[in-house]
Design a protein around this ligand. Structure first.
Ligand code: GLU
Length: 427
């Protein structure tokens, strides 16, 4: 028996000996998505009877609104249970078209819209359709865990620009300019940002637009999945609506998961030039045929129906964010500050490095810190290294209020329990 990197046990018998060499080099190089791996570890501990609070994977704890569930029932009863076109049923594409016009003042034709199994798959398909070996994709760190692995999987090279904490985790335009080369295919942006919560102001988007006007072969992939989750008056601006002149060089990706508590339904979409949406549909036609038709019809209701849930969700999440910040900021070993969007806190843990646990382990990395919090505080988090930025840990606050309070208090207690290692005068 051996342990996989997800922590789950895999039986190896003589007839099922590990045959790693059979796997492609790309698959061998691919790790499990760290958010999913950490969430699985938390699940296994729970199965063993340990009361773990899972702040690792980012998904709203609130149920999918009943109007959307009812729409899915109706769709199934009406026989909307078949394959659709690879880029989605006409009806859901119309709903995306309506949503983009209503929320973002962006007009797209239906052949400029593709609906697939989640925003994640839209990004994957876009990279599959465009990346050749050696092509470069500019990522802004801290970046979502899957971007770099997806780029590498398709033979591309991630080129990382770091957005600094002292700049509110917003990138410096000069750093983006310096990262562009003749091999650059994409600049991948994500606002509101996972994991920091930073919301890119319109002025920054315009700076990026001015820069890209000088690089006509570069496209922007704008991941806008946290669009509806902003607080404190932070204003979300879709990249394409800030830069209408660049619209045909922008691939906007978004989906139903975060705004409508529909993570498990797997509905995401892309909007961009028809030639690219068509190429992504060819990828989808070979990989999955189409996404789930019942879920597509549920998403029609999500996007076209009563939108008042969004405001309620925002209020609940803001309250939770403030609770978490208030508790965590009592610990001087943690650096936390509220940013304007998404549902994560990206806590600076540099003051915990070099300190020792009760059993004498010295915390040297944010991965070790995350492991320590799981073992000691029974709280699952994701280390900053997975987002290309250390030493931090990411916590999701899209969980039940009591669990969140308990988890944050346990994190503070665990951090405060760390000691100077034996013999050290100071850190
Ligand atoms: N985007 C969420 C997260 O960062 C969902 C999990 C995933 O697909 O990584 O936790």
């Amino acid at each position: 028996m051996h342990k996989t990197n997800t922590g789950s046990m895999v039986l190896a018998t003589a007839s099922q000996a590990p045959r790693g060499e059979f796997l492609s080099k790309r698959a061998r190089a691919l790790k499990v998505s760290p958010t999913i791996a950490m969430s699985q570890r938390a699940g296994e501990m729970r199965a063993d009877g340990i009361d773990v609070v899972n702040l690792s994977v980012g998904e709203p704890d609130t149920p999918t609104p009943m109007r959307i569930v009812d729409a899915a029932h109706e769709a199934a009863k009406k026989g909307h249970t078949r394959y659709t076109a690879p880029d989605g049923h006409q009806r859901v594409k119309q709903a995306v078209q309506t949503k983009l016009l209503r929320d973002n003042k962006l007009a797209y034709d239906l052949n400029q819209i593709g609906v697939v199994s989640g925003c994640k798959q839209a990004i994957f398909n876009a990279l599959a359709a465009t990346i050749d070996v050696g092509d470069e994709v500019v990522l802004i760190a801290p970046y979502w865990v899957s971007y770099a692995d997806m780029v590498t999987y398709h033979g591309g090279t991630p080129v990382v620009v770091t957005a600094k904490q002292e700049d509110g985790f917003l990138p410096d335009i000069r750093d983006i300019a310096a990262a562009l080369t003749p091999r650059t295919k994409w600049v991948l942006l994500n606002s509101p940002n996972n994991p920091t919560g930073a919301v890119y102001p319109c002025a920054l988007l315009r700076q990026i637009g001015d820069l890209l006007a000088q690089h006509p072969d570069v496209m922007v992939l704008s991941d806008e999945i946290y669009e509806h989750l902003t607080y404190d008056g932070a204003e979300f601006v879709s990249f394409a609506s800030a830069l209408p002149d660049l619209k045909d060089r922008i691939l906007l990706v978004n989906g139903a998961s975060k705004a409508y508590s529909m993570t498990g339904w797997r509905v995401g979409f892309a909007a961009g030039p028809a030639w690219l949406i068509g190429a992504m549909a060819r990828v989808q036609s070979q990989a999955a045929g189409s996404s789930n038709m019942i879920a597509q019809f549920a998403a029609v209701e999500a996007m076209e129906g009563d939108q008042s849930d969004l405001q309620v969700n925002r209020q609940v999440l803001k309250r939770r964010r403030d609770t978490a910040i208030q508790i965590l900021s009592k610990c001087t070993r943690l650096g936390v500050c509220p940013l304007g969007g998404a549902f994560y806190i990206f806590a600076d843990i540099h003051k915990c490095l070099g300190l020792s646990t009760a059993d004498g382990r010295v915390i040297k990395t944010d991965s070790q810190m995350s492991d320590f919090l799981l073992d000691q505080a029974h709280v699952a988090t994701v280390p900053g290294v997975e987002f290309g930025c250390s030493p931090y840990i990411r916590l999701s606050f899209a969980v039940d209020d009591d669990d969140l309070t308990r988890a944050c208090n346990a994190i503070v207690a665990a951090c405060n329990s760390l000691k100077l290692p034996d013999g050290a005068d100071q850190i």
